[in-house]
Design a protein around this ligand. Structure first.
Ligand code: PHE
Length: 334
């Protein structure tokens, strides 16, 4: 009893020492309990009561110490809960979404070679999403991108690609222009493992005097090696986009099977990752840029697709389901 009463508790460390001695799992009062079996039968009851009393005293004194410490801490004006027996709360940090990781990485690669980042609205007018980009009204090329229109005003739509930001940039800036346009885009497509009605693109635009196809190829080759590794090969296939001429799609060599053929590259050894081309002079003129003086190239890619290839994700829907078991796997990923 004396020991309990005279134990000095003036700080949290001493409080913990007190707790270990009188309250914790291996406290000395428990030792007394275990001696009960050696006590003569007629004294057992009295002994038990006495030890119990000690136990209560230890507990009450502990609480009194806590109250006193709290009062001192709060300057006596208020008390707050202080429970030294609680385990330390684990330090939970968040992680970046895989699409953010890939977008940041792409932006970083292009920023190092002088590109800046530009932004634009997700709700667009027909001019910026289509007409300025050389999709004439009623032209079949518009069918390439299933569009969500706003019913009350057919001039307004959700942008189907971030090329609309290229138009805005060319309208306001003078060449040289070197910019990247990441953003969310919308297409009226059924949701499946490979397609979604909402996804993300990154486009790039480079306009200056004497920009040629070699610049386009070397820039994108550099990008592919930075993103997928130095051994990555690229190939260009002719393609069609209304706003570029000539147009090409770029494939990268499949790093998963190294060209030997696997399910990811469908046994071809190549994966398509982006569309590109030399900006059509009509588009430059539409945006007020002298097409005799300036030329440029543009490219565009889907961030989901790149993230799927980079991290071997089989179903695009995982990116929007927010299942923490999926997302946690990217903690600290690059
Ligand atoms: N805007 C095109 C698309 O969404 C991609 C692209 C951009 C192609 C720039 C060529 C040049 O499909």
């Amino acid at each position: 009893k004396k020991e309990i009463k005279s134990f000095k508790v003036e700080n949290e460390q001493q409080l913990e020492e007190y707790r270990l001695k009188f309250i914790g799992r291996k406290n000395i009062i428990n030792d007394l309990f275990s001696q009960l079996k050696d006590v003569p039968n007629d004294q057992k009851k009295a002994f038990g009561l006495a030890v119990n009393e000690l136990k209560n005293l230890a507990k009450d004194t502990f609480q009194a110490h806590i109250d006193e410490l709290n009062n001192n801490k709060a300057g006596g004006a208020q008390s707050f809960d202080f429970d030294p027996t609680l385990p330390v709360a684990p330090n939970q940090t968040g992680g970046l979404h895989p699409l953010t990781i890939v977008r940041n990485r792409i932006v970083e690669i292009f920023e190092r070679i002088g590109f800046t980042v530009a932004d634009g609205p997700e709700i667009e007018d027909d001019w910026h999403n289509f007409t300025a980009l050389n999709f004439p009204p009623n032209h079949p090329a518009r069918e390439m991108q299933d569009t969500f229109f706003i019913e009350r005003d057919p001039d307004i739509a959700l942008r189907t690609h971030t090329s609309s930001v290229q138009v805005r940039l060319m309208e306001t800036d003078k060449p040289p222009i070197r910019a990247l346009m990441p953003g969310r885009v919308f297409r009226n497509e059924a949701i499946s493992a490979r397609a979604h009605c909402v996804f993300h693109q990154i486009e790039g635009l480079y306009i200056d005097e004497n920009v040629g196809l070699t610049d386009l190829k070397q820039t994108l080759y550099h990008f592919a090696k930075e993103l997928f590794g130095p051994d990555t090969q690229v190939r260009f296939r002719p393609s069609y986009f209304p706003f570029t001429e000539p147009s090409a799609e770029m494939d990268v060599s499949c790093n998963i099977c190294k060209g030997k053929g696997c399910n990811v590259c469908k046994y071809t050894g190549w994966l398509e990752i982006l569309g590109s081309g030399m900006v059509d002079p009509n588009v430059l003129e539409n945006c007020g840029i002298d097409s005799e003086k300036y030329t440029g190239f543009a490219f565009g890619m889907g961030i989901e697709r790149l993230a799927m290839l980079k991290y071997n994700v089989k179903d695009l829907r995982l990116f929007t389901e927010n299942d923490v078991r999926f997302l946690r796997q990217f903690k600290g990923a690059e």
